[in-house]
Design a binder for this molecule. Structure first.
Ligand code: F6P
Length: 490
């Protein structure tokens, strides 16, 4: 807020993402409020609240229509209205082509090294373009003047920055790509690669979680477009405009608002353990994510199998609780994953379980943020074993939830968070044997070692919180605007 007031006075902040921060659903004739499982939402929500901005998103809830005014707006959060959520409506065909098709069967597997073949279909591409146009029109309708700051979120909107630039030439457009960017060879698979790059270069700033992904993006631009690239400044000049490409590692608010709402660690432990029926002395390992093939859920179960193989003394003494919020469930790869997780959990339970002891508890259901924080606080070990992930905010949330400075984080070397949380036990999720050993290390770790590691990780998440993430992008944007004003006086 301070940066906005001093560096960009009077600028209106508009966030645009596919996923909305609050979903209204109809449940037995009652309107139910759901906060979706999304790292993007948990990161951007406190920022939008702090600057009383406007958030433009797809209204996908069954009661979303019932809660908006005549301009499709609703003030949120419902219990403490701080900003406006403007909903964009999509038909079933638009949702299928733009979201399920192009974004999630095309760009998602393209950008993640998870060995799922990307599917690019011309019809999905058409819908992706028209839905990006629809969102561009909604953002322009929300802009109070010609110089708003628009924060475009993610791979659903690669074309939006260019469309906005055409209608709002003086806007600051900051696009943040929440997922990895592949190398130029992989990126070349996309039949509309030049159009995607051209769309993104409508932005003033393009942000990624890591320098590695920035480099991949710059290489892709260099290979497929005619541009001038100043590598030192990471600036790309294209069609008379300059875009900066920088790494801004995303984070969470500190301290997280949820922490004030959950009971003490011991109470969380008692509640969660009683609910799960865990016997005295059984250690609890948790995994928390959307049910997605990039998250390495089955690999995590295999690590437990490996632990039991190598260290049978742990049989009966450890349970893995995996909660997985269903998303994109109608896509075949996601349905397959759901079945595979169930099958693998069942196999392990049959092999090692017995009356009163279940090694793997797999719960594919949405959990509220409060329930998730209770689980973090009850855990002995948190396993984040993504096969590939932009950042992964579960790792940071777990650390933030542990004000008792206990608990061990096992973290994939392929999650952006592993570049910051060096005191986690860093693993290669493709290597089941080493993962099994990491589990053994985590389960046997002394309380002192846990404290030392957790303390350091908490300092890092505290210092590099989401306000710093947004602040550094806004500062860079302010510098760009000043530079443009000097170059083009009047
Ligand atoms: O950042 C990854 C991301 O795809 C976000 O765009 C999204 O909000 C989140 O994961 C959840 O995915 P979905 O909205 O498709 O359920």
């Amino acid at each position: 807020r301070k940066i906005l007031a001093t560096e960009l006075p009077d600028a209106q902040v508009i966030v645009v993402s596919n996923r909305e921060p609050y979903i209204h659903n109809l449940k037995e004739d009652e309107v139910e409020l759901v906060v979706p499982a999304s790292g993007l939402v948990s990161a951007l929500e406190p920022i939008t609240r702090a600057c009383a901005g406007t958030w433009v998103a797809y209204g996908g809830g069954s009661a979303d229509h019932l809660t908006v005014d005549e301009n499709d707006r609703v003030a949120v959060p419902p219990d403490d209205p701080s900003y406006m959520l403007r909903r964009v409506w999509l038909s079933d065909e638009e949702h299928a082509g733009y979201y399920l098709g192009f974004a999630n069967e095309g760009l998602w597997p393209l950008c993640h090294i998870a060995f799922t073949r990307p599917n690019f279909r011309a019809a999905d591409w058409e819908t992706y373009q028209s839905v990006n146009r629809k969102f561009a029109n909604a953002v322009v309708a929300e802009a109070r003047n010609e110089r708003p700051i628009v924060l475009v979120q993610d791979y659903h909107f690669a074309l939006l920055p260019r469309m906005l630039r055409e209608q709002l030439p003086d806007a600051i457009i900051i696009t943040f790509w929440h997922i990895p960017w592949p190398n130029s060879e992989v990126f070349s698979i996309c039949p509309w690669r030049e159009r995607i790059l051209d769309g993104l270069l409508g932005s003033s700033i393009i942000g990624f979680h890591t320098q590695f992904h920035c480099n991949n993006f710059i290489e892709s631009v260099d290979r497929f477009l005619e541009t001038r690239i100043e590598r030192e400044d990471a600036a790309i000049s294209y069609q008379g405009r300059t875009s900066l490409v920088h790494a801004y590692p995303i984070s969470i608010e500190w301290p997280p608002a949820q922490l004030g709402k959950v009971p003490a660690v011991q109470q969380c432990r008692d509640r969660v353990r009683t609910r799960l029926g865990l016997a005295e002395g059984v250690k609890l390992c948790v995994g928390v994510e959307r049910l997605d093939y990039t998250k390495g859920i089955v690999d995590r179960f295999r690590a437990l199998d490996e632990l039991f193989n190598r260290h049978p003394e742990w049989i009966g003494k450890v349970t893995v609780l995996q909660i997985a919020a269903p998303s994109r469930g109608t896509l075949p790869d996601y349905e397959r994953l759901h079945r595979e997780c169930e099958r693998c959990a069942e196999e392990i339970n049959q092999r090692y379980g017995y009356e009163g002891y279940t090694p793997v508890l797999f719960i594919a259901e949405h959990h509220t943020q409060r329930q998730v924080y209770e689980i973090y606080r009850a855990a002995d070990v948190c396993m984040v074993t993504s096969l590939h992930d932009g950042m992964n905010l579960v790792a940071k949330e777990f650390v933030a939830a542990r004000d008792d400075e206990q608990g061990v984080l096992i973290l994939s070397m392929f999650a952006g968070a592993s570049k910051e949380l060096l005191e986690a036990l860093i693993v290669n999720p493709f290597d089941a044997a080493t993962m099994g050993e990491a589990l053994q290390h985590a389960l046997a770790m002394s309380s002192d070692e846990q404290r030392d590691r957790m303390r350091r990780m908490r300092e890092i998440v505290r210092d590099n919180n989401v306000y710093r993430w947004a602040g550094s992008m806004l500062l860079d944007a302010a510098r760009l605007r000043k530079r443009a004003e000097v170059e083009l006086p009047g």
